[in-house]
Design a binder for this molecule. Structure first.
Ligand code: G6P
Length: 364
């Protein structure tokens, strides 16, 4: 059946708004009351390494998941973009798993990387939105993200659904290897189950974000900062913004600010700081203050605790609900997407079909 915009101005707006429902569906499948629901042959107990390969937004989902696999399962994780990985001829362990993340399941470089791995690793795993796709068919195990058809070229609901499936995989890895206790798995599962509700709350930020976007649309350059698992989310926020608003944007690890990008800061450069009140919050705040001391326009996205400590003196703030540390990137994806979306709307670009970009890149 043809997918309709259903009252939204763009498919992207509809797909952003669908995320609570998409995640609820994926949670029903992967995290039913009986616990983690993944194929039994996806057993991480003897695995010595995980390689996560993808392109574009799916690559940033892998970059977030690296933090989870390392933290929960204490497995060394390598991530790479498929176009680099496939030509590096990387040595691979026969005891390793290789995971390929792709919305379409047809990205040429990702498929080539999968073919390179198939005879060299213990198992290839596909995390895909299209279950009949080439990548799904050729992998040993295919895990559908269950996001439904995504029309907007800039990926939104597929990204958060990819993150959810990768999070459940990382919990299973922790379970299989005995590095997480049943209580820890239950606590992390409970956090994941709160996501649909928290995302609904995050979506209420649409109006304030639309107002801020009027000013962001005037910028030439925008920086996104994050630390820990929020660092790859900063990369994704910058990618989303440049894809559809055509404003130059870069994501940086907060701690890297002083090693280069701080040279760009002046009154005209918005700096979007994605920082839940977590273990490393104080460090991120001191990076943020370095920006403010140079009159950068700081937009701080945090929770009530974080804003109480550090909201003062910023250009703007966005208040997100609290969420346990490792899964904050899934929730903060919503304001990152809304910032890109409304900035593009303010600039009047073709949001669903940005210039020069394709939904699925099936040629090299
Ligand atoms: C294109 C799309 C991106 C997407 C990337 C990877 O560049 O414009 O939104 O993230 O391909 O696509 P895939 O289907 O493999 O996830």
């Amino acid at each position: 059946a043809q997918v309709e915009k259903g009252g939204y101005k763009h498919f992207m707006a509809k797909e952003i708004a669908e995320q609570p429902v998409v995640l609820a569906d994926a949670l029903r499948h992967y995290l039913p009351k009986t616990g983690l629901n993944l194929p039994a042959d996806l057993d991480f107990s003897g695995v010595d390494r995980i390689t996560l390969i993808a392109c574009g937004t799916a690559h940033y989902a892998c970059a977030v998941a690296k933090y989870w696999f390392e933290q929960f399962a204490q497995i060394p994780v390598e991530i790479d973009v498929a176009s680099e990985f496939r030509y590096r001829e990387p040595p691979l362990s026969e005891r390793s798993f290789a995971v390929f993340v792709s919305q379409s399941g047809e990205t040429a470089d990702t498929l080539a990387a999968l073919r390179y791995c198939s005879e060299r690793v213990a198992k290839t795993v596909a995390v895909v939105n299209v279950p009949t796709s080439s990548i799904a068919r050729e992998a040993d195990i295919a895990l559908p993200i269950l996001a439904g058809v995504e029309v907007g070229v800039a990926s939104t609901k597929a990204f958060t659904a990819q993150l959810l499936v990768l999070a459940v995989m990382a919990l299973k890895a922790g379970n299989d290897r005995g590095t997480l206790s049943p209580e820890q798995i239950a606590a992390h599962s409970d956090t994941l189950l709160t996501l649909p509700g928290l995302m609904n709350q995050a979506l209420t930020l649409s109006e304030p974000i639309a107002r801020l976007a009027e000013q962001l649309a005037e910028a030439q350059d925008i920086l996104f900062l994050g630390r820990g698992p929020m660092f790859p989310l900063a990369l994704e926020g910058a990618l989303k913004l440049k894809e559809i608003s055509y404003i130059h944007a870069e994501g940086y690890a907060s701690g890297e600010l002083k090693h280069g990008p701080i040279a760009l800061i002046d009154r005209m450069v918005p700096v979007i700081v994605m920082a839940p009140h977590d273990r490393l919050f104080d460090k991120t705040v001191s990076n943020m203050q370095e920006v403010m001391a140079r009159h950068g326009m700081v937009l701080l996205a945090s929770d009530a605790k974080g804003l109480a400590v550090a909201g003062e003196g910023t250009w703007a703030t966005l208040q997100l609900p609290e969420i346990a540390e490792p899964f904050a990137p899934i929730l903060y994806a919503v304001p990152a997407q809304l910032l890109a979306y409304y900035t593009a709307v303010a600039k009047g670009t073709d949001v669903d079909q940005p210039r020069n970009l394709a939904k699925s890149v099936t040629v090299e």
